[in-house]
Design a protein around this ligand. Sequence first.
Ligand SMILES: NC(=O)c1ccc[n+]([C@@H]2O[C@H](COP(=O)([O-])OP(=O)(O)OC[C@H]3O[C@@H](n4cnc5c(N)ncnc54)[C@H](O)[C@@H]3O)[C@@H](O)[C@H]2O)c1
Ligand SMILES: [Zn+2]
Ligand SMILES: [Zn+2]
Length: 388
Amino acid sequence: MKALCWHGRNDVRIDNVPDPTILNPRDAIIRVTATAICGSDLHLYNAFIPTLMEGDILGHEFMGEVVELGSEVKNLQKGDRVVVPFTIACGQCFFCKKTMWSLCDNSNPNAGMAEKMYGFTPSGLFGYSHLLGGYAGGQAEYVRVPFADVGPYKVPEGLRDDQVLFLTDIFPTGYQAAENCDIQKGDTIAVWGCGPVGLFTIASAYMLGAERVIAIDRFPERLQMAQKFGAEVIDYEQVDVGSTLKEMTGGRGPDSCIDAVGMEAHGMTLDNLYDKGMQMARIGTDRPHVLRQAIMACRKGGTVSLPGVYGGLLNMLPIGAAHAKSLTFKMGQTHVHRYLPILMESIEKGKIDPSAIITHRVPLTDAPDAYAMFKNKTDGCVKVVMTP
Ligand SMILES: NC(=O)c1ccc[n+]([C@@H]2O[C@H](COP(=O)([O-])OP(=O)(O)OC[C@H]3O[C@@H](n4cnc5c(N)ncnc54)[C@H](O)[C@@H]3O)[C@@H](O)[C@H]2O)c1
Ligand SMILES: [Zn+2]
Ligand SMILES: [Zn+2]
């Protein structure tokens, strides 16, 4: 089959690779009908996540048709159309039982590697390095889905692929980011980053009762989309973000601040240039510029929520400010399984059309160009959907 494989920094290629096969009785093989590139894939493309190997198949946002089933998968049938959570979860461990699916104890066969870095391992993820399981991803014609009796979720009749594809990751991710803020009536939420995750965070914050959402980015097309989702916007290249947020909130600061940017923040500020230097020299792992801003901007007693991914150790984090202001921190990979049913329902009822953020639709064979475009944000690119 054809699959998008990683070959090093800024180098992904369409390769011919062996078709996946059933390895365990709880596996399914899915014929992929739609797959997307995620901001998280850029951390791999830019080689900031360790333990990728040449030839690894990328992709964790995918859906398709069930074509083969292991003997223990009783809830699916060949021909079913399913969306597949990017987090792989067994459904039976301590964490899965508490619906903390992205923390599943049984889905990372390379748990020892993650334990060395993090103390304990999170769940395995599709197409996301050997540290997180070494699973082949879904930017391919076919993919093996482990624990298929737990993850894949059937798509109701009448919904198109492009309407439900983002239930695999970014819509639940935006929703969890907003839910983590425990939004109260009248709240103002600030969201850094108007990429796909930021946009679904804005939409979710309103779904959960926010009065105002203020969104921050620099790309006009992304800021315009944020406005379409109801946000007031700040271009961080035009104004000082901290003082603008203070002014816009009567001097008190946003009730919650959401970092939907993560480890590769842009910006020519001193702190970010310092982080960039450290990252280039491979003595730093992350660029937490946005997180610093979010901590400083947040009102006293507020919440800082981090859907944006961080990988390692952070420098110059204003933890003193966070402590002095009694901030709450919430973060993590998304418990996709937890949110899939309610968000599927919101799409079915026509409350939201996730396909609105798609700017590019291309065949999978164009994936290498699509990665470069999505990374450099050229051609107004916000979200790419690919069909094998
Ligand atoms: N927690 C999860 O489970 C989960 C799931 C999906 C994605 N993510 C993470 O969410 C983040 C965003 O993903 P995405 O797909 O939207 O990526 P993206 O690259 O399309 O969007 C990031 C946006 O941040 C903006 N940005 C950069 N620096 C900024 C700054 N200083 N201030 C304000 N905005 C800034 C960029 O202009 C861009 O629009 C990534 O870190 C990704 O890994 C996490
Ligand atoms: Zn993703
Ligand atoms: Zn589990």
